[in-house]
Design a protein around this ligand. Structure first.
Ligand code: FES
Length: 113
């Protein structure tokens, strides 16, 4: 039985300051590397159809700016920090294995702590 965790990439595939888009069970997920810490959020902006992995990553503030209308989202919480987006995006769990694999569990599907 699946525990909800899915291998999505190697850590070396996403260097610091970069992002990648993956799909897990048909859900687009954006993965960001902020100075070695990885975050996974819904890739689709909560405002309209835009891919957050194509936005501007502000590593100092741990924020992604949507490429379409410019709303900023906190990578730690998914909360929008500026208009026009008012709804958060989901934040997914990320772990790095000892051999450098990135694993993600969708927020709705975590079954194990
Ligand atoms: S689509 Fe992201 S702010 Fe409008």
């Amino acid at each position: 039985m699946s525990d909800g965790w899915v291998d999505v990439a190697r850590t070396s595939d996403i260097p610091p300051g970069c992002a990648a888009r993956v799909e897990i069970d048909d859900t687009p997920v954006a993965i960001f590397n902020v100075e070695g810490t990885f975050y996974a959020l819904d890739d689709t902006c909560s405002h309209a159809e835009a891919s957050l992995s194509e936005g501007d990553l502000d590593a100092d503030r741990c924020v992604i700016e949507c490429p379409l209308h410019g709303s900023s989202f906190d990578l730690r919480t998914g909360e929008p920090l500026s208009l026009p987006a008012v709804e958060p995006v989901r934040v997914h769990r990320v772990e790095v294995t000892d051999d450098g694999l990135l694993r993600v569990a969708l927020a709705d599907e975590v079954t194990a702590q």
